[in-house]
Design a protein around this ligand. Structure first.
Ligand code: PGA
Length: 251
């Protein structure tokens, strides 16, 4: 199946509201109509409202949040909830990004819980999976991403799974300038596709977008996007510059 590509910008802990305003002023005129692909911005929670305001005339561009807490509400100082994300008009929530897992110690159990909360709120969870360099060198890549996928889907029914997005992001490729080759990406996307199909069947499994992320830039975006089973890109560093991001969006 040929899916509409999803091109997503993960700004991480970058871009103040002032930066975001300047970014959009430069980016939006370069990409006047974006109907051939789904473009998503993941700004920080404090920059979110500014980006939403800047995109008011561009409803085809989606907004997402980088993280939500694993409880819907309560005494969790400093966290953001899925209900807040939905109320702000977010459509997508990143779950299990490698920095959440490896810098903040997020567990598979937490990703299970977050995926369930996000699906119940009828938002799209974008589940990130990926192996470390040590896991790759030990030949465990497929086992690691399958384990992370199984945890992410554990509390979802088939109808909810049909609404998710997946992102394969090898940890060794994130922010390192070292990209997976299109063949490496295709191989693991194939593993993930097969796991999805065996869980929910061919029809639903084939319709779930699987994005690649890890040192994507304007020079390698087209090649990665053309690889088999790569349905989109999740971009960190190269999404911070408006010109670089515009050329990736048009890749
Ligand atoms: P990068 O980050 O493009 O800077 O490697 C990707 C990501 O972490 O989503």
């Amino acid at each position: 199946m040929h899916l509409k590509p999803v091109i997503a910008a993960n700004w991480k802990l970058n871009h103040t509201p002032t930066d975001a305003r300047a970014f959009l002023q430069r980016f939006l005129p370069q990409c006047p109509r974006l109907n051939e692909r789904t473009v998503v911005f993941f700004p920080s929670a404090l920059t979110y409202a500014t980006v939403a305001e800047g995109l008011r005339e561009r409803p085809e561009i989606w907004l997402g949040v980088q993280n939500v807490h694993s409880e819907a509400q309560g005494a969790y100082t400093g966290e953001n909830s899925v209900l807040m994300a939905r109320d702000c008009g977010a459509r997508v929530v990143l779950v299990g990004h490698s920095e959440r897992r490896h810098v903040f110690g997020e567990t598979d159990e937490q990703t299970t819980r977050k995926m369930a909360l996000i699906a119940q709120a009828r938002l799209t969870p974008m589940l990130c999976v990926g192996e470390t360099l040590a896991e790759r060198e030990a030949g465990n890549t497929a086992a690691v991403v399958e384990r992370q996928l199984t945890a992410g889907l554990a509390e979802l029914d088939d109808a909810q799974i049909a609404t998710i997005m997946l992102a394969y992001e090898p940890v060794w490729a994130i922010g390192t300038g070292r990209t997976a080759t299109p063949e490496d990406a295709s191989e693991i996307h194939g593993v993930l596709r097969a796991a999805l199909v065996s869980r929910v069947g061919e029809k639903v499994g084939a319709g779930i977008p699987i994005l690649y992320g890890g040192s994507v830039n304007r020079g390698n975006a087209s090649q990665l996007l053309a690889a088999a089973d790569v349905d989109g890109l999740l971009v960190g560093g190269a999404s911070l510059d408006a010109d670089s991001w515009a050329s990736i969006v048009r890749a």
